[in-house]
Design a protein around this ligand. Structure first.
Ligand SMILES: O=P(O)(O)OC[C@H]1O[C@](O)(COP(=O)(O)O)[C@@H](O)[C@@H]1O
Length: 211
């Protein structure tokens, strides 16, 4: 009945070796019948707003599961001695605006002038936080608000993050927690993926910071 999209383990070997957090992201759609591949591809190549559920697990100082089934967002923490997750952050809500912005400034020379100016402007009122591990950056943004960008650049004209595996599930969680997500002028959840690995330039976070 369901089709599940999973980004199994984000964060590369160098970050894991250095002791950084890593994470898993997933999203769930209703399965569509038919199609050459038993409906699998057709079930997931659809707008994020058709998603039934999304979540991630962040493997850091603690193992935390953040989940939405379309009725807000709940956070759970793994208790290894009990072997189960318990509800530790019921109905997470993002602040309307936040203190942090999150972007890889190392790519600045490859951005458009407008993007570089925009980031300069944001930096005047917010502090920079960027781990380079997607789930960790998502988790901090969800908890404390602010804005995360992975913009288009001359090297990556479509950005780096994948719509289906990364941007859409995170957009679903952000919206469910009172935040937002956009790919340029478009709401991320309204974009229909053309291919499984399609990349999008994306921003997400507190509602007023994303707007
Ligand atoms: O090093 P950059 O360009 O800031 O990219 C960091 C981003 O790339 C990722 O490592 C994903 O890269 P991969 O698609 O190569 O797995 C994300 O976890 C992270 O947000």
């Amino acid at each position: 009945r369901f089709a599940v999209v999973v980004d199994p383990l984000g964060g590369d070997a160098e970050k894991a070796d250095a002791g950084a957090s890593s994470g898993t992201i997933f999203s769930v759609y209703s399965a569509r019948a038919g199609g050459e591949e038993g409906g699998t591809r057709a079930s997931v190549l659809r707008r994020g707003e058709e998603m039934l559920a999304a979540g991630y697990v962040v493997f850091g100082a603690a193992t935390q599961l953040v989940l939405s089934v379309g009725r807000g967002v709940d956070g759970f923490t793994l208790h290894p001695s009990l072997g189960c997750f318990t509800l530790t952050r019921p109905q997470l809500r993002m602040p309307h605006t936040g203190r942090f912005y999150s972007v890889n400034l190392g790519h600045r020379r490859q951005w458009s002038e407008a993007m570089a100016l925009h980031v300069d402007l944001v930096s005047q009122s917010k502090s920079l936080r960027y781990t380079g591990t997607f789930v960790a950056d998502v988790h901090r943004t969800l908890l404390y608000g602010g804005v995360f960008f992975y913009p288009a650049s001359s090297r990556r004209p479509r950005g780096k993050l994948r719509l289906l595996f990364q941007a859409a599930p995170v957009a679903f969680l952000m919206e469910q927690a009172g935040g937002g997500s956009a790919c340029g002028a478009e709401r991320t959840l309204e974009i229909e993926p053309g291919t499984l690995n399609q990349c999008v330039p994306v921003a997400f976070g507190s509602r007023s910071d994303v707007d």
